[in-house]
Design a protein around this ligand. Structure first.
Ligand SMILES: [Zn+2]
Length: 134
């Protein structure tokens, strides 16, 4: 039963995971697999993460985590694993829900990133408290 649940979680998040793998290949990232999660880093990935609306050391897409560097992946691992679990729970609805909370908070003049319930849950598990982690 446990194996079936793990398989279902991977399947549920797979549209984002496959997108992440494709982006990683297109950007020529360095792939590593840690605890069932694919981590991808490299100069082009770092450049993209750095230019985002909220500059990020790392960013999760399903079971793929992008990092500016392998060191950034190490630093943000606990935080990003919470996002992996969120993708497993929400599946295809994760990104729309994340953006919905972000937009709602932003339109109310609040911080769509820091006050986002998905980020609050992720920041609760690590001591890494800079706004660079996503
Ligand atoms: Zn985050």
């Amino acid at each position: 039963m446990q194996r079936f649940i793990r398989f279902a979680a991977y399947l549920w998040a797979s549209p984002y995971t496959l997108t992440g793998i494709t982006i990683g290949l297109l950007l020529g990232g360095r792939f590593q697999r840690i605890e069932g999660v694919i981590e991808i880093s490299g100069p082009r990935i770092g450049d993209v993460l750095h230019r985002m609306y909220v500059p990020a050391m790392a960013l999760t897409f399903g079971h793929v985590v992008f990092g500016q560097t392998t060191a950034a992946l190490d630093i943000t691992r606990a935080h990003e694993r919470v996002h992996v679990r969120q993708y497993e729970r929400w599946g295809p609805a994760f990104v729309p829900m994340y953006l919905l909370f972000f937009s709602f908070l932003y339109l109310k003049g609040r911080d769509g990133y820091r006050e986002n319930p998905f980020e609050i849950e992720a920041y609760a598990v690590d001591d890494f408290q800079t706004p660079d982690s996503d």
